[in-house]
Design a protein around this ligand. Sequence first.
Ligand SMILES: NC(=O)c1ccc[n+]([C@@H]2O[C@H](COP(=O)([O-])OP(=O)(O)OC[C@H]3O[C@@H](n4cnc5c(N)ncnc54)[C@H](O)[C@@H]3O)[C@@H](O)[C@H]2O)c1
Length: 275
Amino acid sequence: MKKLEGKIALVTGAGRGIGRAIAQKLASEGAAVFINDLDQEAVDETLSTIRAAGGKAAGFAGNITKPGIPDAFVKAALDNFGEIDIIVNNAGYAWDTVIQKLTDEQFQAMLDIHVTAPVRILRAAGTHIIPKAKQEKADGKVVARKVINISSISGLYGNAGQIGYSAGKAAILGVTKTMAKEWGRYNVNVNCVAFGLIQTRMTAPIGTPESVAQIEGNTIKMGVPPDFVAENVKLIPLGRAGTPEDAAGAVYLFCLPESGFITGQVLLVSGGQVI
Ligand SMILES: NC(=O)c1ccc[n+]([C@@H]2O[C@H](COP(=O)([O-])OP(=O)(O)OC[C@H]3O[C@@H](n4cnc5c(N)ncnc54)[C@H](O)[C@@H]3O)[C@@H](O)[C@H]2O)c1
C-alpha cells in the first residue's frame, strides 16, 4: 500500500514549479490532490500530468490573496473529496526591491500571499478539521493530519533586496509555531519547509519570458542575474541547485505517518547552505 493512500491533500500554487512537483509527488504516493493556481490553464496542465500518471486530482483556479477565495478553495476541496488530511501552503512569488524603492502595495502584496492567504486557508479548513477531530477523539479514532507551510532561506536569514518577501516568509514561521500549539490537540502536525535555491521560474535568468509573471494586474519581474546560480552554488555544500522534485521530497517527509511526533518545526532544504 502506498504511504498516502486514502489521504486528501490541498496544495496551493500547484500550476508550475515546486507546487506542481509537490502535487505530483503526493498523488504518486496515493493521495488525492486538490490543487490551486491563478489560471485555469496552469491548473489544468498539472491535473493532466497527475491523471496521466494514474493519480487522482481536481483543481480550482483563483487568486488566494483575494478575500473569500481561500474559503472557496477549501469548500471546493471538500465538495470534491469530502475530507482534508494535508494542506500545503505553497503559492508564492517574489516582488523584490530595496527598502528605499519599496511601495506600500509591493510590501502588502508580499504579506498577502505569504502569510495572510495561508492563514485564511487554515482558518477555513479549521471549520471542518476541528469538529471532525473532536468527533474522532470521542470515537477513539486516531486520524493524523498535516499542514506544511513554505518559507525560504530569505525568511530565516534575510536577503538584501527582499524586504517584503523575507518579511512574509518570516511571518509564516510564527504562524507555523502558533498553529502547531493550537492544533496539536486535534492531532494536526504543523511544520514549515524553508527552501534555498531551487530551480524554477523564480530563479530563471532575469529578462527571460519565463521569469515574468502577471499577478493582480502587476507585471512582476522575477528571476536572478545570469551568473547568480553559478555563484550561489559555491555556497551550497551539495554543490548544486535544488530541483522541484528535491523540494517536493522534503514536503513529502512531513506528510508521512512517521513524522507524527514532529510539529512546529522549520526544515531548511538548501543543500546545506546556511547563509
Ligand atoms: N524557487 C526557489 O528558489 C524558492 C526558494 C525559497 C522559497 N520558494 C517558495 O516556494 C514556493 C513555490 O515557488 P516556485 O519556485 O515553485 O515558484 P513558481 O513561480 O514556479 O510557482 C509558484 C506558483 O504560485 C502561484 N501563485 C502565485 N501567486 C498566487 C496567488 N495569489 N494565488 C494562487 N497561486 C499563486 C503562481 O502562479 C505559480 O504557479 C513559493 O512560496 C516560493 O516563495 C522558492
